[in-house]
Ligand binder design. Structure first.
Ligand code: ADP
Ligand code: MG
Length: 716
């Protein structure tokens, strides 16, 4: 591809090729001297490993070629020595079970040497494979407890790193986690498999466009993380917060985010000090953090890194969530990653910026500066449009969880209906292709399209539509429907796989047309035209929150899966199974296990919430109200007492109803239980909360047992 490479493309390739952050040091803000110092980065590997070992390892990283197990001993030795120089005494296989969290089990480097001394050892075998006692990780029925073995396997494409504690340090080795029968039990395996699938298919497409230089395509991810910070004193005074991550009670404060004064406002000193330390720590771990700012809601903030290849970027995202939470405690703060910690206040999401790039440094979703690139760009862009339309329900399912139900499908961004924002110029370009304006004059010259809007396409996508769940933003798509607590694994595995399928199908069509004698450009244009005709319905540039759109989307036949139990079955729909099996990303059994885990997590989390809700109402809120009633009566104040008494009676009724649904679960588990939680338990919780929140408005403040929204949100 004779493309003029842009700076960010070059970096994409560097990242993509080796996960090396060091190449970006000059892009970091000043004070980045410690960048990557706790990472066994390719630069460290190059300096420390024997030349031939390093070379072979790089081949695995650059080209995705199979890992030579014989390398492991040499790598393990250097890795241990490096880690011990950094103060590490232990190592762990660091993996990502289906909990959205990471897991680790530490082993010491030291073994007794027999003479009362100990020697430090770490073998290649220990590097490559671990066998955690994995019986209590979610498996969705894949592994009964009597066959509880699980294995972790070294992922050499994501560099090992060191985590520190005031009293020591340990080496973390990113690993994949499988059942003893070889099924994926984690976030990483499908992601890696999907990256392979997409690479193969995209290379096939690039051949069509005459690209012989590229050998590997990498998908990239740049996640924007939203979070809340509150003073830890309030956190510990709220059993709902420390057991469920969100407030189950709390009247709306007089002041919300109506004034919009917080968004991008100056950052309070304690918060900024926290951010600086968290970012410093992340940089030392090689996470290329870049932007920070206040978000829309009071006490809400955002952090975004530079993008990286999907695998490394996802690992770094897990680290980011962990570091954000850990460092907060040093400042007397608690970082809330729940999707909706405060009812009536904007929730937190995660924007998943996604693209595909070649190992030669070309971003396939960059419209480019020249017409020929535009044609190739339109082809890949069309594939994404087709993929998102065909698998809209699956995408919705990948972002479904209990916290998300307060956002998607509720009155908040983004809507549960998946649609794509392209921007006017790009829509015009597709319209021009579809209208065949260029039909006579395309051979080798895309400029001849007859549409003056075409080359070069806008890099910044016109006005930015903040309400769209899936927006083209210049040279990438931004999937904005992720929840703030989510792992990136399944979402990106899905994006990669649906894109792979669509690219494959479009190449098939183009080649068939060529076989019938059409020229390449003609064939590609016809394929793009076909996509636009069939899938244009998914494209929507208006206000995604509006009622008008809900009606319009229904007319277009787009799905509106409002709740998690509506969405999750798409993980095991026939077309989903076919898709993932075809590209060997997830088998039917693996998909079923993921479905079961997600359904169970939904019900379990709701069950915890509803039990905590009942307990807080009965043991904290009711007693406070009763005490206040006593005070009013003692003072002989009758009217407010009568009013309060009515509320108390109502609360008791609502608590009883809640307690009843809590013990009346259906015999059948799985989806049926999930629907019961949604249809019976949530309304009972909401009803209890409504009365409790009314009580909060009338009971004496000094008797109220829970910190209030105004305190939690505005005291920084
Ligand atoms: P905006 O949200 O205003 O578009 P940026 O352009 O800075 O902000 O991008 C936001 C996020 O998108 C960042 O995390 C950035 O690294 C990421 N990003 C930029 N280019 C790509 C790409 N090619 N692939 C994936 N993510 C990308
Ligand atoms: Mg953004």
């Amino acid at each position: 591809m004779a493309s003029k490479t842009r700076q960010h493309n070059v970096t994409a390739a560097q990242w993509a090729a080796n996960g090396d952050a060091s190449g970006q040091t000059d892009l970091m803000e000043p004070g980045a001297a410690h960048y990557g110092e706790n990472v066994f980065s390719p630069a460290v590997q190059k300096a420390r490993l024997p030349k031939d070992v390093y070379k072979k390892l790089q081949a695995t990283l650059d080209k995705g070629s199979a890992l030579d197990p014989a390398l492991a001993d040499a790598v393990a030795k250097e890795m241990r020595e490096w880690a011990m120089e950094k103060g590490a005494t232990h190592y762990t296989h660091w993996f990502q079970p289906l909990t959205n969290l990471t897991a680790e089990k530490h082993d010491s480097f030291f073994n007794p040497a027999g003479d009362g001394l100990a020697i430090a050892e770490f073998s290649g075998k220990e590097l490559i494979q671990g066998e955690p006692d994995a019986s209590s990780f979610p498996t969705g029925g894949i592994r009964a407890t009597f066959e509880a073995r699980g294995y972790t396997a070294w992922d050499p494409t994501s560099p090992a790193f060191i985590l520190e504690n005031p009293n020591g340090a340990y080496l973390c080795i990113p690993t994949a986690f499988v059942s003893w029968t070889g099924e994926a039990l984690d976030q990483k395996i499908p992601l890696l498999r999907s990256m392979d699938a997409l690479s193969t298919v995209a290379l096939r497409a690039l051949k069509l466009f005459g690209d012989k230089a590229s050998h590997r395509i990498f998908t990239t991810v740049g996640p924007e993380q939203e979070y809340f910070l509150i003073d830890e004193q309030y956190f510990y005074e709220r059993p709902d917060l420390y057991t469920t991550g969100r407030t189950l009670y709390g009247a709306k404060p007089a002041k919300g985010h109506e004034l919009d004064e917080h968004y991008f406002g100056s950052i309070p000193e304690r918060v900024l000090a926290y951010m600086l330390e968290a970012e410093h720590e992340l940089r030392r771990l090689g996470v290329p953090v870049k932007t920070r700012h206040n978000e829309v809601a009071p006490a809400q903030y955002e952090l975004a890194p530079m993008f990286e290849n999907s695998n490394v970027g996802s690992d770094h995202q897990q680290l980011t969530m962990q570091v954000l939470q850990n460092v907060a405690r040093r400042y007397g703060l608690v970082c809330l990653l729940h999707e909706k910690p405060f009812a009536g206040v904007n929730g937190s999401g995660k924007h998943n910026n996604w693209s595909m790039g070649t190992d030669t440094g070309h971003n396939l979703l960059d419209p480019g500066d020249t017409p020929a690139e535009n044609l190739q760009f339109l082809f890949f862009c069309a594939a994404v449009i087709a993929a998102v339309d065909k698998h809209q329900e699956l995408l919705r399912a990948t972002v479904a969880n209990v916290g998300q139900d307060h956002r998607l499908g509720a009155n908040e961004a983004p809507p549960a209906i998946i649609s794509i924002f392209l921007g006017q110029e790009l829509e015009n370009a597709f319209d021009a292709v579809a209208a065949g304006k260029a039909a006579d004059d395309v051979s080798g010259n895309f400029l001849g399209l007859g549409s003056p809007v075409l080359p070069p396409l806008p890099l910044h996508g016109g006005d930015r539509n903040r309400t769209s769940p899936f927006a083209f933003t210049g040279n990438k798509f931004e999937f904005r429907a992720l929840g703030s607590s989510m792992s990136l694994g399944m979402v990106n595995a899905t994006l990669n796989t649906i894109a792979a399928e669509a690219i494959d199908e479009l190449v098939d069509k183009a080649e068939a047309l060529q076989a019938k004698g059409k020229k390449r450009d003609e064939a590609v244009l016809e394929v793009v035209k076909g996509v636009w005709k069939k899938h244009k319905r998914i494209v929507f540039d208006g206000d995604g929150y509006s009622d008008v759109w809900h009606k319009e989307a229904a007319k277009r036949g787009l799905s509106n899966l409002r709740t998690t139990p509506d969405a999750l079955p798409w993980l095991v729909e026939k077309q989903t199974v076919q898709l993932f099996e075809r590209y060997e990303v997830l088998s039917e059994r693996e998909l079923e296990s993921r479905f079961e885990v997600a359904v169970e997590q939904y019900s379990t989390k709701l069950n915890i919430e509803s039990e905590v809700a009942a307990s807080i109402a009965r043991t904290m809120i009711l007693p406070a109200a009763v005490r206040y009633l006593g005070e009013l009566k003692a003072a002989g104040i009758t009217a407010p007492a009568t009013e309060l008494k009515a509320l108390i009676d109502d609360l008791v009724k609502k608590i009883k109803a809640l307690e009843k649904v809590n013990v009346s679960h259906p015999a059948e588990e799985g989806l049926e239980l999930a629907k019961y939680m949604r249809d019976k338990v949530i309304p009972a919780m909401d009803a209890t909360r409504a009365v409790a929140d009314d009580l909060e408005r009338v009971v004496a403040d000094d008797l109220w047992p829970l910190p209030k929204y105004s305190e939690m949100l505005f005291i920084k």
